[in-house]
Design a protein around this ligand. Structure first.
Ligand code: NAD
Ligand code: ZN
Length: 247
C-alpha cells in the first residue's frame, strides 16, 4: 500500500482512527528514549531506579536521574511529528492518541484527546498526603523534592512494578477494538501491556501502520504498513498526503 492509498483509508476511518505513541516520538524534541541509539538504558538500568520498590527504599537515585529531565521539559518543544498528529485530529482524521510518553508533548502540540497510559511527569504527587501539584511549582533541584507536608514527592507516572490505571487500560482496549486504522509511532513494543494495544487492534481488523526507523517485534507480527523513518518526517508527509487526498 502506498502513502496515497493509506491516506484514503485514513480519510475513510475519520475520528475512529487511533494512534499509539512511544518514546521515539519525542526523540526529535531532544528527549532520550529508553532503548535504541542514545537510549537511557545505555547508561543505567531504569528497572533499578524507576521501580516503585527502589523508589520507596530510596527516592534520591530516581530524582538524580529524572529531576533534570522533568526540569528540562519547561524548555522542550513538541516536534513536527507531534504537530502532524495534532493536525490530523483537528481535521477529523484521527481520534484518540494513546501515548506511553510521560512528557506531555502531545498536549503541548495542541492534541486534546490523549490517553497518558503511563501518566505524566508534569504533575507530582505526595507519597504521604496524595496531594497533586504541577511539577513546575516544585523545587526540582531538591533530592528528593518534598510536599508542603514534608512527604516525598513522586511524579504522577506508572513506575515499574505498578499497574496501569484501569480506566486508561480499559478505554485504550476499547479504542483498539474499534479503530479502522492504528498508527504505531516510535515504540519498541516491549513494554506490556502497552505493546498489546496494536495486537488487539489488528485482531479486531484494523489496518496497523508502524512508523519507526527500526523494526520491532510488532513489525512481522501485526503490522500491515511499515513506514521506515523518523516520526518528525514521516508523520508530516502522511498528514500532507491526507490533505491532498481530501481536496
Ligand atoms: P523505547 O525507548 O523502548 O523505544 C523507542 C523506540 O523509538 C525504538 O523502537 C526506536 O527505534 C524508535 N525511535 C527512535 N527515534 C525515533 C524517531 N525519531 N521517530 C520514530 N521512532 C523512533 O520506547 P517505548 O516503547 O515508548 O518504551 C519506553 C517506556 O519508557 C515507555 O513506557 C515510556 O513511558 C517511557 N519513556 C518515556 C519517554 C518520554 O516521555 N518521552 C522517554 C523515555 C522513556
Ligand atoms: Zn503531602
Amino acid at each position: 500500500m502506498d502513502i496515497d492509498q493509506l491516506a484514503e483509508k485514513i480519510i475513510e476511518g475519520g475520528t475512529r482512527n487511533a494512534a499509539v505513541s512511544g518514546a521515539g516520538m519525542s526523540v526529535e524534541s531532544g528527549v532520550a528514549p529508553f532503548r535504541g541509539k542514545g537510549g537511557l538504558w545505555e547508561k543505567m538500568d531504569p528497572m533499578k531506579v524507576a521501580h516503585i520498590d527502589a523508589f520507596r527504599e530510596d527516592p534520591v537515585p530516581y530524582w538524580e536521574m529524572r529531576g533534570p529531565f522533568i526540569k528540562s521539559l519547561e524548555t522542550i518543544d513538541p516536534n513536527p511529528g507531534h504537530a502532524a498528529l495534532a493536525r490530523l485530529q483537528r481535521e477529523g482524521r484521527l481520534g484518540t492518541i494513546i501515548t506511553q510518553n510521560i512528557d506531555g508533548l502531545h498536549e503541548a502540540a495542541g492534541s486534546t484527546d490523549v490517553i497518558e497510559f503511563h501518566g505524566s511527569v508534569r504533575t507530582l504527587r505526595c507519597m504521604d498526603c496524595s496531594r497533586k501539584i504541577p511539577s513546575r511549582s516544585a523545587c526540582l533541584d531538591d533530592r528528593p523534592p518534598r510536599c508542603a507536608c514534608g512527604g516525598v514527592l513522586r511524579p504522577d507516572v506508572v513506575f515499574f512494578g505498578e499497574a496501569i490505571p484501569p480506566e486508561a487500560l480499559v478505554r485504550s482496549q476499547q479504542i483498539a477494538s474499534d479503530c479502522p486504522v492504528m498508527l504505531v509511532v516510535g515504540t519498541s513494543a516491549v513494554v506490556q501491556p502497552a505493546a498489546s494495544i496494536p495486537v488487539i487492534a489488528r485482531r479486531a481488523g484494523a489496518l496497523v501502520v508502524e512508523i519507526n526507523p527500526e523494526r520491532t517485534p510488532l513489525t512481522d507480527q501485526v503490522v500491515d504498513v511499515f513506514l521506515e523513518g523518523w516520526s518528525g518526517e514521516v508523520l508530516p508527509a502522511l498528514a500532507e498526503a491526507v490533505r491532498r487526498a481530501s481536496c
